[in-house]
Design a protein around this ligand. Structure first.
Ligand code: SF4
Ligand code: SF4
Length: 94
């Protein structure tokens, strides 16, 4: 990474609702408590898990995907790049 820049990794998880068995293991392992069970039922008769993350706290750690016994969670990670370049000098007139 270029000098003067930093990155902030953020993530997002997506559940394959149709395949979720509603075991709730993913809700337990998320360090931020971002996963809840939905209110509707899928075709198998289970309430699927879903991400509730209005403040974008998911880090993309993949713990939820690793614990899922049916491998129905996909985690996406993205990196925001912030530039810390010095601001251009302003011209000040009296
Ligand atoms: S990837 Fe990590 S932070 Fe994001 S929902 Fe899954 S367990 Fe939580
Ligand atoms: S761990 Fe997997 S199967 Fe269990 S509730 Fe979460 S997404 Fe569904």
């Amino acid at each position: 990474m270029a000098a003067g820049r930093s990155s902030l990794a953020r993530g997002r998880m997506v559940v394959n609702e149709a395949m979720c068995k509603g075991c709730e293991l993913c809700t337990i392992v998320c360090p931020y408590g971002l996963i809840s069970m939905d209110t509707h039922y899928n075709a198998k008769g289970y309430r699927p898990a879903k991400l509730i993350d209005p403040e974008s706290r998911c880090t993309g750690c993949t713990l939820c995907a690793m614990i899922c016994p049916d491998a129905v969670i996909t985690v996406f990670r993205h990196v925001k790049v912030h530039s810390h370049a010095k601001p251009k000098p302003r011209i000040v007139t009296a």
